[in-house]
Design a protein around this ligand. Sequence first.
Ligand SMILES: Cc1cc2nc3c(=O)[nH]c(=O)nc-3n(C[C@H](O)[C@H](O)[C@H](O)COP(=O)(O)OP(=O)(O)OC[C@H]3O[C@@H](n4cnc5c(N)ncnc54)[C@H](O)[C@@H]3O)c2cc1C
Length: 369
Amino acid sequence: MDQIVDFNPEDFDVTVQPGVTRKGLNHFLKDHGLWFPVDPGADASLCGMTATSASGTNAVRYGTMRENVLNTEIVLADGRIFCTAGNGRRSKKSSAGFNLTNLFVGSEGSLGFITKTTLKIYGIPEMMVSAVCAFPTVKAAVDVCVQVLQSNIPIARIELMDDVAMEMCNNHNKLDYEVAPTLFLEFHGTEESVKSQAKFAAEIADYNGGSQFRWAYETEERNRLWKARHDIYWTVLQSNPGCRAIVTDVCVPITCLPDLIAQTKSDIQQSGIIGPCLGHVGDGNFHTFLVFNPNKPEEFKKAENLASRMANRALDLNGTCTGEHGIGIGKMAYLEKEMGPLGIEIMKSIKRTLDPHWLMNPGKIFSSA
Ligand SMILES: Cc1cc2nc3c(=O)[nH]c(=O)nc-3n(C[C@H](O)[C@H](O)[C@H](O)COP(=O)(O)OP(=O)(O)OC[C@H]3O[C@@H](n4cnc5c(N)ncnc54)[C@H](O)[C@@H]3O)c2cc1C
């Protein structure tokens, strides 16, 4: 099931089966001057990305899977097949009844199999330019992000890596970036609009003590820069041989982010655990990779406690325990705190209706019926 089953370039939509991956789709779309921008880094399947409501680096401009899925075909637990927006429907908007499409986006395989997903696609911008800028503190970098958004600059990507992540990234990729909290930015548009967006953002960065922007204009150079950013998970593991990492994924309202990251970094430093911080800061979403040696249970416990404190802090700030990775089995306890008992009961009753025998990914999202 690896086919592009429907393609409407002039309507900007495409329908794919589960075997089609993000990179595979973009390879196909490129010849038509189109692309699908949701980019979690990994070459995930588009139905899998629909199942987890993935997002990643471009979401600040183009939205997450929730904003980009128009319809899905579902095989229910009892074998019946239906389309969440109606058979073959692909209109950009609809007010027809409940939004069943977004019930299945992010359902993590717990309600049915997604056998087709219909996606919004976009024209490839005339110009894409990336830049890297270092800051004296994480707070200054995140403040820039907040001010760029408040100034309504239509930034395509704005990603943070802290000093710990930058050092590993430099060593692993033979790069020579400053070892300091750093923003990776990208601007999309016409030549004129990209220049004006970039100039405005550079002024904001300068005002907050940022270094000169280091530009990447050519596709190859931009790809090298984003590959270093995307590979950071593997970089962290390879920099700490034999170790594993707990990956956290909290997301909060953007104005709460500077304090949350500062508190988190201080907590990590006090614990003695290695924990680089990086994030899709334009969405208020950031990750830490809490490194532990699997042969040292006390390290795992410390990492687990750090992750727990981080999730609880995000919830206390009206945020979520997971911005884009999903609940899985690791975040079930936080889901209860996030949704409250009635929210959980409503979710479980939907699950019972669609999957009465609890066949679809049992043990994920909820521990029991
Ligand atoms: C190095 C790395 C970096 C990543 N960075 C990001 C990031 O920045 N942002 C982000 O959002 N994600 C990130 N991810 C996670 C990635 O987005 C997910 O792996 C992806 O969304 C899920 O797609 P998959 O094909 O890998 O699915 P899988 O990992 O195979 O499955 C994920 C879940 O979806 C369910 N599922 C999969 N396919 C279907 C289907 N067809 N129907 C129903 N249920 C299904 C599975 O049962 C499972 O519960 C990263 C992953 C890696 C490895």
